[in-house]
Every structure is written in structure tokens, then in C-alpha cells.
Design a protein around this ligand. Structure first.
Ligand SMILES: [Zn+2]
Length: 73
């Protein structure tokens, strides 16, 4: 299975890796709420897309989103 980290803003692929199976605990997704997982994790037949904002787009974030991001981590 392929795990693809993609920026939802500019559609750039930030990183991708091969994984044997999708373990939410291993990947740190178990701390997310169900709603956050739905927003961030897009499962496809043979790959999983993870929405992560790249550095370039993150700089353009407004303050509300920036604060939200910091609470998440
Ligand atoms: Zn971007």
C-alpha cells in the first residue's frame, strides 16, 4: 500500500512511502478525532492520501488556522 502525503492547497506531493498496512497508531493518527481523520485521510483502493499543508502554503495561513494547527500538535 502506498502512503502519499499531499498538499491540499497546491496539490504538491510532499512525500510518499510504501507501507505494509495502515496502522493508525504507528502513524500517529489515533490522536485525531473521527472528523479530523475524515478530513485528513483519504483512502483509495491501493493507496492512502494524507492531506498535509506544505511549507510554502503554510506561510500563507491566516492566524485562525495557525492556532488550530498548533493545538493539533
Ligand atoms: Zn502547498
Amino acid at each position: 500500500m502506498e502512503l502519499i502525503y499531499k498538499c491540499p492547497e497546491c496539490q504538491k506531493i510532499i512525500d510518499h512511502l510504501e507501507i505494509a498496512s495502515l496502522s493508525e497508531v504507528e502513524l500517529g493518527f489515533d490522536i485525531l478525532t473521527e472528523q479530523e481523520k475524515e478530513d485528513i485521510i483519504k483512502r483509495k483502493a491501493d493507496s492512502v492520501h494524507i492531506n498535509v499543508t506544505c511549507d510554502e502554503c503554510e506561510r500563507e495561513y491566516d492566524w485562525d488556522q495557525l492556532i488550530y494547527q498548533q493545538q493539533l500538535h
